[in-house]
Ligand binder design. Sequence first.
Ligand SMILES: [Cu+2]
Length: 165
Amino acid sequence: MFTVLALALIPATRYYQIDQPLLRLFRGAGAVDPLALHLEGEFVENNLGTEQGADGSVTVRMIAQQYLFVPHCILVPAGVPVHLRITSADAVHALAFNGTDYNVKVLPGTISEAQLRFANPGEFKTVCREFCGAGHYAMRSALKVVPREQFPVLQAGERGNCAVQ
Ligand SMILES: [Cu+2]
């Protein structure tokens, strides 16, 4: 009886060693480890914010976590395609820009992508629209849209943010 029990328990105790890496492998390229975002990969701190592509479009990388969005203020040029890539460090969140129809669900372990475009300069409040805990209602930040010619010219590896402007 003990042997049967022991044999049944061995795989269970190996979950984090065997199953977790396997699950990550099968989930494919879109998967990220929510516990290691600040340590390695696409969402390390100096890769967050607005990156300029050679074709003039921009890519914005963000992290949603209890209870803030990182970076706290996003800067993008007007009238330019904005490719958003965002992931969560903990719970399920939803990134929304007040005054627009954009609402992006953000889950830990996966990268949510969205194509955005802001026709005119302006400032939008960024809010979380998925209840994520006690501090949910304080989870607010900002998106600044500036005229295209006022957006800083970014070098390779440089990321735009509200402080640069
Ligand atoms: Cu929230």
